[in-house]
Design a protein around this ligand. Structure first.
Ligand code: SF4
Length: 333
């Protein structure tokens, strides 16, 4: 397929329409809200050129101080579950938590969500340590172009990510990849991405659009256009009718949501949950989904779902649950 000519001929909407038909045939009518649970603000690598951890200002240099309190992490999971949100994955920089610690946190999450957790905690040689508390492993491919990947993420070679995904498959875990659009990839790189998904039998793909962080190489870049983003997502949906697609969009780009869902997204992510909850931005997110004709799993607005300030699982979570509920009810915007 000559993708460039298709885009030049304004056929993006045709591709979106085709993708939507395929999604309807192969997936439920529900759209999920996905919450990535960040467990540490430190990364041993700290050199991916788009990442806020690559800026001195934002990075917390003491790994111990950067680790979140486990009770706080679990309280966040409990609150997400009350609101009907999925846990997208546990996310951490390299070597911030040990495998044993991640396993223990995931076991506790399992008690709350009754589901295995996805991990996005870097390249690991210790996947065999995990059991039913983990459903899948995420490889941060980030950019669908080997040359660009090498220069943008110098310390996490694609080869090592690919090997980890192969091991994950052998061990019976699901496999996901993350892709950020707007890092300098070209339209032809979609072919590389399609090949990569096939070769590694990827079950889930999570797209983000570039969020230009000040102080990074991409600080002055513009995020990709909504139609380009939707073209990429639609093309992946058309090529992989069954794959699960999650799309990240930022609070300043909420208008992307509708078209991304019509392009094949099963879930949306990358929101500041407690800040946006119950605000006009939360309402707008729900409106975007409503106008696609799909149903939202969970809520961004129903305050009654926040529930009590006490945990149903462990009193040690209480003070964090109280804090998160307060944050959700505060008038932030
Ligand atoms: S490995 Fe992840 S957390 Fe670490 S610098 Fe790269 S993108 Fe950021």
């Amino acid at each position: 397929m000559n993708y460039i000519n298709k885009i030049k001929n304004n056929e993006v909407l045709d591709v979106v329409t085709k993708a939507n038909k395929i999604t309807k045939k192969n997936h439920s009518n529900t759209v999920t809200l996905e919450r990535a649970i960040l467990i540490s603000w430190w990364c041993e690598k700290g050199d991916c050129s788009f990442c806020y951890m690559a800026t001195e200002k934002k990075r917390i240099n003491d790994p111990k101080k950067a680790k979140r309190k486990v009770y706080g992490i679990l309280a966040e999971v409990e609150l997400c579950t009350r609101l009907g949100w999925n846990i997208e994955f546990l996310s951490a920089g390299y070597n911030s938590f040990s495998t044993e610690e991640i396993k223990n946190i995931s076991k506790k999450i399992y008690e709350i969500t009754k589901k295995g957790t996805w991990l996005n905690v870097g390249i690991s040689n210790e996947l065999k340590e995990y059991g039913e508390e983990i459903i899948g492993i995420t490889g941060s491919v980030e950019v669908a172009n080997l040359e660009l990947h090498t220069s943008i993420c110098p310390s996490k070679p694609l080869e090592d990510i690919s090997n980890m995904l192969n091991v994950a498959k052998d061990l019976g875990f699901k496999k996901a990849i993350t892709i950020i659009l707007g890092l300098g990839e070209s339209l032809e790189d979609i072919n590389y991405l399609i090949k990569y998904i096939k070769e590694h039998d990827i079950d889930r793909i999570i797209f983000y659009s570039l969020n230009p962080h000040k102080g990074t190489k991409f600080g002055e870049s513009s995020p990709p256009s909504s139609l380009y983003y939707s073209w990429v997502v639609s093309t992946i949906r058309i090529n992989f009718p069954k794959i699960e697609i999650i799309c990240g969009t930022w609070i300043d780009n909420l208008a992307n949501i509708g078209i991304l869902i019509l392009s094949g997204a099963n879930g949306i992510t990358k929101f500041p949950l407690f800040k946006m909850f119950g605000t006009k931005y939360g309402k707008r997110t729900e409106e975007e989904i409503k106008w696609t004709g799909k149903e939202l799993q969970g809520t961004f607005t129903d305050k009654s779902k926040l529930g009590k300030e006490k945990s149903e699982y462990d009193p040690n979570y209480d003070k964090y649950i109280k804090r998160y509920i307060k944050e959700s009810l505060n008038d932030k915007y």
